[in-house]
Design a binder for this molecule. Structure first.
Ligand code: GDP
Length: 317
């Protein structure tokens, strides 16, 4: 496969990624797009395997995501978790009934011997999606957040149970760093015509994907331009705890800081017009820039951002 013929490959976390991917499928044929999804947030809740980021991407692209929350299904009910609460179970992880069905299906298929990659492919087809979604790994890769005082929490416990407190002192990606890449992940990256890093949390969404052995090597071995979109706008995350997590690993909370953090991986970087003054600093790293409004407040805004990102990638080829 020549560098020109391969797919566009997007490294993706959850909500920020899904909004960007919604724009990408409007800007290019979906069957030429492959998503490599973060599984560092995966966890067992109520006896089922939850893959938050994979499902956020699937539900968003299928147009069935809860519009305000950005995760879960629109109109879902919480009969199951509320009934469990009666028996004294902790039910802070608000998994809706139909969302539970997705996760139960995943669990039953995994138990029957299917791989996470195969099951993810089944689920995206059932939701009518044409783009492929590859889990970064089929091995358990829990991202652990290290807190002051020596406490360590799974990322979902840190975020959803504890409300993402500030006192983070480190992030442990050692499970991802010991995992095997998922089926087709390395081959797909090597054959890509462009590799896009979605505006996702660089530490806990993109970080785990890049930590999986072989992923960075496959990106380096591909002829594809690599372009990232900044998730930091005006010195702050649009949403979520990226600020405290970046600080915890010693990265400046800015578009420029994220570009530096990705470093030599990148050929191009898309940053928000509010951060235009930082473009020269990014260029000084040898990274080409594009400045545009990156707030994806509508489907049109997502599509404009996706087109600008694809154009920058095209210009770098
Ligand atoms: P999560 O796994 O659900 O937290 O989702 P991601 O890691 O994919 O996305 C979280 C990141 O997306 C946060 O750091 C946000 O700042 C960023 N983000 C969310 N919405 C937007 C947006 O409209 N524009 C940009 N540039 N970034 C966004």
């Amino acid at each position: 496969m020549s560098a020109n013929a391969g797919p566009v490959v997007a490294l993706a976390g959850g909500v920020g990624a899904a909004r960007f991917l919604r724009g990408l499928v409007a800007a290019m044929p979906a069957d030429e797009l492959v998503v490599i999804g973060n599984t560092g947030d995966d966890k067992n809740f109520y006896g089922v395997h939850v893959s938050p980021d994979l499902d956020i991407v699937i539900y968003t692209l299928a147009g069935v995501v809860h519009p305000e929350r950005g995760y879960g299904l629109a109109g879902d009910r919480f009969t199951l978790v509320d009934a469990l609460a009666r028996f004294g179970h902790e039910t802070w992880f608000r998994l809706g009934d139909r969302d539970y069905a997705t996760c139960l299906h995943r669990t039953l298929r995994l138990r029957a011997g299917a791989g996470l990659s195969e099951v993810t492919d089944e689920i995206r087809r059932r939701f009518g999606l044409e783009l492929r979604i590859l889990p970064m790994s089929e091995d358990p890769c829990p991202t652990l957040i290290e807190l002051e005082g020596g406490r360590r929490s799974h990322f979902e416990d840190y975020l959803a149970r504890d409300g993402a407190p500030e006192d983070v002192c480190g992030v442990d990606l050692s499970a991802a760093a010991a995992a095997r890449p998922g089926p087709d992940v390395e081959e797909t990256l090597r054959g890509a015509r462009a590799i896009l890093v979605c505006p996702s949390n660089p530490v806990v969404s993109i970080g785990p994907i890049l930590a999986v052995p072989g992923v960075r090597e496959a990106i380096a071995a591909s002829a594809a331009p690599v372009v990232a979109v900044s998730p930091i706008v005006g010195g702050a995350p649009v949403k979520g705890p990226a600020d405290r997590l970046l600080r915890a690993i010693g990265v400046e909370v800015s578009a420029r800081g994220v570009a530096r953090h990705y470093g030599t991986l990148l050929g191009g970087f898309v940053l928000d017009q509010r951060d235009a003054a930082q473009a020269p600093d990014v260029k000084a790293l040898g990274i080409q820039t594009r400045v545009i409004d990156t707030i994806m407040s509508s489907a049109d805004a997502s599509a404009r951002l996706a087109r600008a990102t694809l154009e920058l990638a095209e210009a770098l080829r």
